[in-house]
Design a protein around this ligand. Structure first.
Ligand SMILES: [Fe+2]
Ligand SMILES: [Fe+2]
Length: 167
């Protein structure tokens, strides 16, 4: 399924701006998988490198600026304590680092069995991403939107290392 086209991000709204980044990340991962389908492993590696850089920066921004506020505001008393988000980030990073190794091997030697195994692992990864996306979309950001002043939301957005748009 093609990722849906991202709606225009409202730069003053923490929830929609951050969730817009998820859509942008999904488009990069889609481009990576299309290149894999084409067995264009150099292009697949390039898209994956961009995806890794942006995903890791986004998760780091959340860990530095968003999740600490979530804890301060009482997020740990909800059904989605902060350790859940941190654990998911850790899992996502582990998967992506493994993909980098596997794509590098495919660049060196074509191997259909290895390519199919990579797609299988990426299916599991995409499921994790979906759950993480839903947890942030339905729990984390609505919780914060209801409790953080607009000025603070704007400040967090301005402090991000990954704000979308680039490559
Ligand atoms: Fe996020
Ligand atoms: Fe996240």
């Amino acid at each position: 399924m093609r990722p849906r086209i991202v709606e225009r991000v409202n730069d003053h709204d923490l929830a929609s701006a951050m969730m817009g980044l998820h859509d942008e990340l999904a488009r990069t991962f889609f481009a990576h998988q299309v290149a894999l389908l084409d067995r264009d492993f150099a292009t697949a590696a390039r898209h994956l490198a961009a995806y890794r850089e942006h995903l890791f920066a986004h998760a780091a921004d959340e860990e530095a600026m968003v999740l600490p506020r979530y804890v301060e505001l009482g997020g740990d008393a909800t059904d989605a304590p902060v350790k859940l988000f941190l654990g998911e980030h850790r899992n996502l990073r582990t998967f992506v680092d493994d993909f980098v190794v596997r794509v590098r091997a495919l660049c060196e030697r074509r191997d259909d069995a290895a390519l199919l195994e990579l797609f299988d692992r990426q299916a599991t990864f995409k499921n994790l991403v979906l759950h993480h996306d839903l947890r942030e979309r339905n729990l984390l950001y609505p919780f914060l939107a209801a409790r953080m002043a607009r000025e603070e939301q704007v400040r967090v957005l301005a402090g991000r290392s990954y704000a979308g748009g680039a490559g």
